[in-house]
Structures are given as structure tokens and as C-alpha cells.
Write a protein that binds this ligand. Structure first.
Ligand code: ARG
Ligand code: GLU
Length: 714
């Protein structure tokens, strides 16, 4: 009986966790290494991570905190996504030379463009410091007391760490506070733009194709790390020289085939794989739908104006893309949760968990976990919803109200911290608002306001509804605010922000738009935020113990730590999938598919003339195969946001692709990874080389790379 239950549990875990996982590169030896080798990997764990010898990890770089990038030459040529380099490419663009539209290629080192503020972080080593972090902790302590003691320990550990003077250090917990890792890093600060394809290549398919397969985006850009003459991190100087890395990735020209081993090495941002069923249900069926409705409404309105007016299109393009990105992801995620039956699978796991806890006589330690989760998630539901309504409607999608939130912070700064702090904050805010109003159109915003404020008032849980919005006439409210508020343009906002602090406060509080924004924001900080934060902390405490229990009760399982923006390895194989009945998606896309999607002059599906020519003449150099040019491919690697730009690596450690997205049907993998349909999307590195070489003629870059033929036996 006991054995049978254990077996059932084992199977549930095997099925849900089989493949997938984002593993710590310094902890691969044993289980992961064996599994990777059984999938076809020809390397050892030490080839991937070593502190004594150079290893793959020396080529994988955290790109500006949010994306991943990899070194691909002995002169520190750095490859990442086009959408990761987008801000930098945009910042160097003007009407005369629009690098977003036309692309950019530095034909000499001297033409490479510096990017002030940009950083690239190399991981020197990872130490497990769990024992030291927990020194002086006892079971009898309250959670708050434990956390205080731990943070005291961490401070000391970081102070005493052995490292070079130019290196940095930080600590992160994994397994929800059950284990602590210390990272020694080198943060490079002179990162220069080397090359980018035109958006019609680098962003081909744009929002319509985003999160979708089949895909045909050449989502890459090239940078270079510069260092001081002694090869150390340094801020920009014209005397800096290309960094000489310990390792860079050779590039395979032999391509991929279905079933080939792949791994993706990078910095995934955040996953939540160990949520209880009730939380997954709440997210997929309550929170996501609310956020989707808000963004759906806003996007439709903004789109209708963007289509009519070129100026509005430029102003809103980037905002639209970022709002649409998560909107589309959430839709896919909720559908995927539904279709995969994730909630019921989790429920089954939980009832088995409880049985095992009972059998092992561990009720005192672990018997209350699931009831606690259920109680706390019920308790947090309304305030989570309110938190989302405020964040989405007030703090983001109604832009005038989002400006009032910033101004509210300024008013608070004066009230709480006095004149000097106020002056500093005002200067910063004025600069920020200048940028804000450059891309602001009051007509668009008013239309968004009218619809969203109604959705807000009708749907935010009643306990959190602000006074002015109960029984309001929304049309009238919109007319009134957008006629009378000075916050509809930069001059008006500047005049409100000017003068002595008390003049500012008098003027701003008379403004109709500010009055509403201030009421909603003050209510948020008084009623919504404190309760949300407090309950979230209680949930985190339960999650920590639940995680500990899972690790203890299933010591032989593949339980990986949730992503937390630290360096991870995920592995799998090149694989198509079946998105729906009777349809199978092949894992590789080709240039032919770009021509199938081509719509002349369309802002998403236009194709550059030169690419059309190259396709006609089949001039693919050594990058094509059998008269076709591969563009993207998919695999079973478990990735998430932050893995953008991550290298896809073959069985021997060579670069085969560049991660940039996931397939829509599988985006629930942040909560529940389903090996049948969760796939990551990569640009085939041969397409990158083809664009650099044949399209852009930047052959000097090809020459510094190391191109190899791992599949050809000499
Ligand atoms: N979906 C990818 C990611 O989450 C790509 C986003 C950029 N592309 C876009 N069309 N918005 O970041
Ligand atoms: N596009 C995502 C990023 O910017 C990666 C896709 C994903 O979420 O897996 O990191």
C-alpha cells in the first residue's frame, strides 16, 4: 500500500518534471550530467562549469541585467537578441541614420558605438554558502527573527569573501529560501554596439508572430566588451581594448536535426513551478483574465489610432509592443493551464503529498501546509485582484493617471523627507516627464481612460473601490478631466511642478486629473498594498516549508530551483510538437517561409530587397543546406523571460542557435512545464552568419569567429 502510493507519487513527479528544469551549472555532476549524456551530450559537467579551467560558463554573459548574451570570438564579440539590443540601437538612431529601420554594421573597431550605462556581467564562480547563512538559526525562532539573522550572516559572508579587488559579489537564495548561493562576478561597463540587422529581419513578424511558431525572426544583434589594457572591467575610455575572454563559443556550421541534443545556458528571470493548485487556478482563471481584459481593451484603442496616424504610430510603437508582449503571453498561459489539466495534476499531487506526510508521521511539521496555502490564497484573492487593477489601469495603461502616481510620490517625498529631497526628486521627475510626454497623445489617452476607468470601477472588488468612482458617469468624468487637467501636456505638467514646494502642492491639488489619481493612489497605499504585501509574506513562509518538504520527501526526484535571474542550464532536444489535433509542427523554419509571409511595406511583414535577391539567387554561401536557408528552430529546453539571447549549444559545446522566445501553447511552462508542448524558439546560428556575411557584408566579423564542423568526420 505504502509502496503503491510512493509509486504513484513518483510517477506524478516523473511525468510533470520529466525533462524541463533550470539547473545550477555548478551542481550538474551526477544526475544531470548522466541525463544530459543519455540525451546525447558528449561533454562532462566540468566542461560546462569549472573554476580551475576555462569552461562554457566563461562565455555566457548577463546582458544589462535583463537578457543573456554569449562571447563568440577571442576579441569578445558578444551575441544577443535584437530585442535585447533594441534600446541601444534606438538610442544611436536619428532621422538621418535610422539603425532600427536600416540596420547598423561597424566595419572597423573605431565605428563601434559606446553605450553609457550598459553593463555585461560575467560569473566568476558560484559558492554554496547555505551552512554559513543558517548559522545561529533554530527551529524555535519566529520567521522574522530567522530572516533577520540570515541577512546579518549574509552581510558578514559577503564582506569576508575571497575575491579580487575588481570583482563584485552578491548572494541569492534558491528553493525559496532553503539554500543560499554566493556569486563572484566581473561587471564590464564598456559595451559597444557592433551590428544589428534592420527590424524587417530582427523583428520580422513583430507582435503578430510574437510567442508563435512557425517563426522567421532574425532576432539578433552584436556588441563587443571592451576592457582596460590589463583586461579588467573599466568604464568607457577610448584607450580601452577588446576584452580577451577565458572562453568563447565556437560556432557549428553543421546545423541541427530533429532529436539532436541541445542545451540553453543563460539567466532565466522567474518561474513558479511549485505553486499549489489553488494558486495556479487563481492565476489562470482570475488574475490573468482581469489583466487580459484591461490590456485587450487598451491595445485595441491604441491600435485604432496608430493605424490612422503616423505620428501616433511612432509614439506608441514601443509601448504597444511591451504591453502586447505580456498580454499575449497571459492568454497562452491560461489556455495552456486549461489544456494541460495542470490544476488537477497539482491537486492529485497534493493529496498524495498529504498521504505520504501522514504515513511518515510528519503531520506536525508538514500537515498544515496545504490547508495554510488554501486559506491564504483565498484570503489574498480579492486584494491580488485589486493590486492588479490598480497596477494595470492606474499605474500603467491610463497614462495620465500613471503620471499622477509619479507626482504623488513627489508630493510624499516632500511631506516625509523635506525640501532638499523634494528638489532632487523634482529634478529627476521633470526629466522623466519630458520623455513621457514626447510619446504621449491626450486624445488616445482619453479614449483609453473612458473605457478602462469603467472596467476598473465595475470590477475591482467592492471593498477597494474609491469613493469618486462609485456611481460615476465615466464619459463625463473623462470629458471633465481631459478638458481641465494641465497634465495632458508637458508644458502644463511643468507649470504645475514649478515654484516653491508649497506652491507646487497648492497648484497640483487643484488639478482635476491629479485629484482623481491621488485618491486612487492614496487608497492603494492605504488599503491594497499593505494587505497584499503582508499576505504575500505569509504565503512565502509556507512556500519555503513546502519546498523543504518536497526536497526531503522526494530526495531522488528532479526538483529544480525556480528561476531567479541567476545562471542556469536547461537541456533537451530539437523537437517539433502537436499544437492541436491532426497538426504537427516541424522543428525548423526556412527562408522560404519568410517569402510566404512577405507583405510589401507592411510594418510587420515587409522583407528587405536584398534578402529577396539573395533568396532568388540562392546565394546562401556555406550556411544553407540542400538549397534552403534555415532560419529558426524549436526544442524542449525549459526557458523563460531573461533567457532571451541565451546560447543554444550542441553536444560538443558549439553554438548552434540563439534563444529568443517560446511557443504560445507552451507558455504555461513558468507554472507547469509540459514536455509534450512546451518549446523554446531559437534563431539558427547559420541564419545569423548568413545575414552578417551575405546580407551585410560584415566579413571582418565572420573572420574573427571560430567556425567548426562537429558532425563531419575528417
Ligand atoms: N516574446 C519575446 C519575449 O518575451 C519577445 C519579445 C519581443 N518581441 C516583440 N514582438 N514584442 O521577450
Ligand atoms: N522573449 C523572452 C525574453 O526577452 C524570452 C522568451 C520567454 O519568455 O521564454 O527573455
Amino acid at each position: 500500500m505504502k509502496l503503491l502510493r510512493l509509486l504513484i507519487l513518483f510517477i506524478v513527479f516523473q511525468v510533470s518534471a520529466q525533462q524541463g528544469g533550470m539547473w545550477i551549472p555548478s551542481m550538474l555532476e551526477g544526475k544531470n550530467e548522466k541525463e544530459m549524456q543519455s540525451l546525447g551530450m558528449k561533454m562532462t559537467a566540468a566542461d560546462i562549469y569549472s573554476i580551475n579551467n576555462s569552461s562554457l560558463k566563461d562565455a555566457v554573459i548577463h546582458f544589462n541585467g535583463g537578457c543573456t548574451s554569449e562571447l563568440i570570438s577571442s576579441r569578445a564579440l558578444l551575441l544577443t537578441n535584437h530585442h535585447c539590443g533594441y534600446g541601444a540601437i534606438q538610442s544611436h538612431s536619428s532621422v538621418d541614420h535610422d539603425y532600427l529601420k536600416d540596420g547598423f554594421w561597424a566595419m572597423t573597431d573605431a565605428e563601434e558605438l559606446p553605450n553609457p550605462g550598459m553593463v555585461a556581467t560575467l560569473i566568476v564562480r558560484i559558492d554554496d554558502i547555505t551552512n554559513k547563512a543558517f548559522e545561529g538559526i533554530s527551529d524555535s525562532m519566529e520567521e522574522q527573527e530567522k530572516l533577520a539573522k540570515i541577512s546579518q550572516n549574509l552581510e558578514k559572508i559577503q564582506k569576508e569573501v575571497v575575491k579580487e579587488s575588481w570583482q563584485d559579489v552578491f548572494v541569492k537564495s534558491i528553493y525559496h529560501g532553503n539554500q543560499y548561493l554566493l556569486y563572484v562576478t566581473e561587471v564590464f561597463k564598456d559595451i559597444r554596439l557592433v551590428g544589428a540587422p534592420p527590424s524587417s529581419v530582427g523583428k520580422f513578424g513583430s507582435d503578430t508572430d510574437n510567442w508563435m511558431w512557425p517563426r522567421h525572426t532574425g532576432d539578433f544583434s552584436l556588441f563587443r566588451i571592451y576592457a582596460s589594457k590589463d583586461n579588467k572591467p573599466a568604464t568607457y575610455s577610448k584607450d580601452n581594448v577588446p576584452y580577451i575572454p577565458k572562453h568563447f563559443l565556437p560556432i557549428s556550421l553543421d546545423g541541427i536535426a530533429e532529436g539532436d541534443f541541445t542545451m540553453v545556458f543563460g539567466f532565466p528571470g522567474r518561474t513558479n513551478e511549485y505553486l499549489p493548485a489553488i494558486a495556479v487556478d487563481q492565476l489562470a482563471n482570475k488574475l490573468n483574465p482581469a489583466r487580459i481584459e484591461i490590456r485587450d481593451t487598451a491595445l485595441k484603442i491604441v491600435d485604432s489610432y496608430m493605424r490612422k496616424d503616423q505620428q501616433i504610430k511612432i509614439q506608441y510603437a514601443s509601448k504597444y509592443a511591451s504591453i502586447a508582449n505580456h498580454w499575449k503571453k497571459w492568454i497562452g498561459e491560461s489556455q495552456g493551464i486549461q489544456k494541460s489539466g495542470a490544476v488537477n495534476i497539482k491537486k492529485k499531487l497534493e493529496s498524495d503529498f498529504n498521504k505520504l506526510v501522514a504515513e511518515k508521521g510528519l503531520q506536525n511539521q508538514y500537515g498544515t501546509l496545504l490547508p495554510d496555502f488554501n486559506r491564504l490564497y483565498k484570503e489574498i484573492e480579492d486584494v491580488s485582484l485589486a493590486n492588479d487593477y490598480w497596477s494595470e489601469v492606474v499605474n500603467r495603461n491610463i497614462e495620465l493617471l500613471s503620471a499622477t502616481v509619479m507626482i504623488y510620490q513627489l508630493e510624499q517625498t516632500y511631506e516625509k523627507k523635506g525640501t532638499q529631497a523634494f528638489e532632487d526628486a523634482r529634478e529627476k521627475l521633470s526629466k522623466r516627464l519630458e520623455g513621457f510626454y514626447k510619446n504621449y497623445n491626450a486624445t488616445v489617452d482619453k479614449a483609453v481612460f473612458e473605457r478602462l476607468i469603467e472596467i476598473y470601477a465595475n470590477n475591482i472588488p467592492r471593498a477597494y473601490l474609491s469613493k469618486s468612482l462609485s456611481n460615476a458617469d465615466f464619459k463625463k468624468l473623462a470629458d471633465d478631466i481631459y478638458k481641465k487637467s494641465k497634465l495632458t501636456n508637458f508644458e502644463g505638467a511643468s507649470s504645475l511642478l514649478s515654484g516653491t514646494p508649497s506652491e507646487f502642492i497648492r497648484k497640483i491639488n487643484k488639478d482635476k486629473g491629479y485629484q482623481l489619481g491621488k485618491e486612487l493612489t492614496a487608497d492603494f497605499y492605504a488599503n491594497i498594498n499593505p494587505k497584499f504585501v503582508k499576505t504575500s509574506e505569509q504565503i512565502a513562509t509556507v512556500q519555503k516549508v513546502y519546498m523543504k518538504a518536497l526536497l526531503e520527501l522526494f530526495p531522488d526526484e528532479r526538483i529544480f530551483p525556480d528561476a531567479n535571474s541567476t545562471l542556469r542550464i536547461t537541456y533537451g532536444k530539437v523537437s517539433g510538437y502537436q499544437p492541436k489535433d491532426a497538426v504537427y509542427y516541424n522543428p525548423v523554419s526556412y527562408l522560404d517561409g519568410i517569402m510566404e509571409k512577405y507583405i510589401p511595406n507592411d510594418y510587420e511583414f515587409d522583407v528587405p530587397q536584398k534578402l529577396i535577391e539573395l533568396n532568388k539567387t540562392k546565394d546562401f554561401g556555406s550556411y544553407g543546406i540542400d538549397g534552403k536557408m534555415p532560419v529558426c528552430f524549436i526544442g524542449t529546453n525549459h526557458t523563460t523571460g531573461g533567457n532571451s539571447g541565451s546560447p543554444a549549444i550542441d553536444a560538443h559545446g558549439n553554438l548552434i542557435g540563439l534563444n529568443f522566445d517560446r511557443v504560445w501553447e507552451g507558455t504555461m511552462s513558468d507554472l507547469y512545464y509540459d514536455p509534450a508542448i512546451s518549446r523554446n524558439i531559437m534563431v539558427d546560428v547559420r541564419y545569423v552568419l548568413f545575414i552578417v556575411d551575405k546580407y551585410a557584408g560584415a566579413t571582418r566579423l565572420i573572420e574573427e569567429m571560430k567556425l567548426v564542423h562537429p558532425k563531419k568526420k575528417n
